[in-house]
Design a protein. Sequence first.
Length: 449
Amino acid sequence: MTEKRAQFATRLGVIATTVGSAVGLGNIWRFPFEAGVHGGGAFLLIDLFFIFIIGVPVVCAEFIIGRHTGLNVRGAFRVLAPGKPWGIVGYLGIIASILILSFYSVVAGWTLEYIYQSLTGFGGVSSIAGLHSQFDGFATSNWRPAMWTLIFLAINYFILARGVQKGIEKMSNIMMPLLFVILIVFCINSLRMPGAAEGLSFLFKPDFSQVTPSVMLGAMGQAFFSLSLGLGCLITYSSYFKQETPLLRTAGIMASLDTLVAILAGIIIFPAVFTFGMEPAAGPKLVFEILPSIFMRMPGSMLWSVLFFILLFLASLSSTISMSEITIAYMTDEFGFSRRKATGCNIVVAMVLGTLCALSFGMISDWTVCGLTLFNLFDYLSSNIILPIGGMIISVFVGWVLDRSVVRRELMTDDGSVRPWMIRLVTICLRYIAPACIGLVFLFGLGLW
Ligand code: PHE
């Protein structure tokens, strides 16, 4: 490679892009629905354990690999462990990124529909029951969700083909702060609803009688999904980091902001769920049925609704861009594809699979594997299986195989803010705690034991 690899321009840019990757539908759509399905408080607590005890160290591990090699997922392992099977993480990551991109784009397409619906006043519907059946009607209507999925992916193409710095960085710098502000406004609104106490106790009061191995597996999958972890997305992004970027601090900030957004989303959704007498376990449609009902009751409803769905759309975009970057970096680094060509290949595959996912709510809803529709299957396979396996391999690799001095050099910062005990702690997590926890959750959660 003779061409100098692109880099993120500023430190704020690094934080905004990694947070931009992490924060998205995973926090605002997936977290509330998964927490709703898995009983609330206990799910949140286990999710937090996985984010901070397992997630943060594994994020560091991905950062170390990425920045040290400056390469894509596959290339990084080729250089670090030539001829060894570790590179399988690279292939798993590429598969996972395409599966995720496919179903994720369907939900991102829903946000586009909802921008349109907000602008047109939801066709005059304002009753809760009306809004619910409107969503059901839309999601099962085949061509419309498929069309939005394709439009969303086409937008991805245009942004990605423009390159790393210009496209991604600028956008993240503006939209992330705005998203926080608007979420806080909605939280205040939800906290004043009659169902607030019940909603908050559902979200924050753990009921451990609800904890089953599959709840554990779900929470682990949610943690990995939400941190964009285990598929090499962060390896790819950190290959664009500068040598001065503080890895540990970046990982900590990213995990904290990511968690904050998920919790804010929970505080927005659950009070409304109980106020409107909805079922918390409604699944993927939960958030899309609840949000319009919330906005309808706010003064200036159309404005809030349009603004929110635009921000949600942008947050999804900064996440899908980061997943596509995995495959694009792989194809440009390893096969010398032009950026445009690599982007085109990635998006076309996602368009085919994404259309199938969109149709899996309607026309092909009876195409199921183990009782899961294609949409749910892609989600389950990637989040609950591939990402944790990837995370386990990455943690074992950095904990046991990678040269100690590399780990130390990458984690150390010049200003002395990283103490040796912090590095030791990360190493212990990577060597023992992460692999053991992931392994145990798999054994029980998948019923292997
Ligand atoms: N973390 C993103 C979200 O929460 C989703 C994502 C998963 C992005 C995997 C990149 C890779 O929405």
